[in-house]
Design a protein around this ligand. Structure first.
Ligand SMILES: [Fe+2]
Length: 269
């Protein structure tokens, strides 16, 4: 909530500088250009349009828990993994995923606030995670869905309020949802998550939230004294069910092409 005044303040500053009409037109033009001249975005939008017609739209968010046994296995798994240096982590150009492209300076800033894991998600534990999540989120998602990316990190206490720790939407192409799964409790001490107007706090380790990450404003809240461990899973509403068939990537957003899950299903890729 504390970031809303900052967003408003920045908008008011720009409106004063540019004039209301010019400010509005500039943003409308930018949005239009970003979408109308982007064939990939259009295809995702058309795909989601038909998914919504056939299966209906999702709600904004849904809070649930994974089983204690799976949570404990995931905690044990990450205790054994090594952290990666984000600023030196390159993107694989051959990857099927669309990537975040952050500057070296921003990556260095991320490294000071979070510790990210470079782990292999093509293993039985992550198959088990996808199986359990599939059951828990099925009624919320409404349509069949594909798992498209997974990443995990540890947020340091009192970390800087920038990027994901400020209110934002993710700007993914239509049809995507995110699951945030926490392996530490959500509390004042270890951190929380704000989704829309609700602060998800005072919950046990193993709490998860699925939400419309590109429509609903959200923010990570760092803990005051303890680390917060997060696993982020990106979901794509689809006509087929599909588990993630490639390794997750910390810069990964979603597939570049709406056809990727179907081509994989048909064994064309
Ligand atoms: Fe986000």
């Amino acid at each position: 909530m504390s970031n809303i005044p900052k967003i408003l303040e920045r908008a008011i500053f720009n409106i004063k500088r540019e004039g209301l009409t010019s400010w509005f037109l500039k943003r409308a033009e930018l949005n239009l250009k970003r979408r109308l001249f982007n064939i990939s975005w259009i295809l995702f939008a058309v795909h989601e349009f038909w998914i919504s017609i056939l299966y209906g739209k999702t709600g904004d968010y849904f809070v649930f828990n994974i089983s204690d046994s799976l949570r404990d296995r995931l905690i044990s798994f990450f205790l054994e993994q090594e952290f990666a240096n984000y600023k030196d982590w390159g993107s694989d150009e051959e990857n099927l995923l669309m990537f975040n492209s952050l500057s070296y300076e921003t990556r260095s800033r991320v490294d000071k606030n979070v510790k990210i894991w470079n782990f292999n998600s093509k293993n039985l534990l992550f198959t088990k995670l996808q199986e359990e999540l599939s059951v828990k989120i099925k009624s919320f998602v409404k349509s069949p869905f594909c798992f498209v990316n997974v990443r995990a990190w540890k947020t340091l206490p009192n970390s800087e309020l920038f990027g994901p720790n400020t209110l934002h939407t993710d700007g993914f192409y239509p049809g995507h949802l995110k699951v945030m799964l926490y392996l530490t409790p959500l509390s004042k001490e270890s951190g929380a998550l704000q989704v829309g107007q609700e602060l998800i706090i005072d919950k046990p380790a193993g709490t998860a939230v699925i939400f419309k990450n590109s429509d609903v404003i959200h923010s990570g809240i760092p803990g005051k004294s303890e680390e917060r461990i997060s696993i982020e899973i990106t979901i794509f509403r689809s006509f087929i069910y599909q588990f993630q068939f490639h390794n997750g990537h910390y810069d990964g957003r979603h597939y570049k092409s709406v056809f990727t899950p179907y081509l994989k299903c048909l064994r064309i890729i």
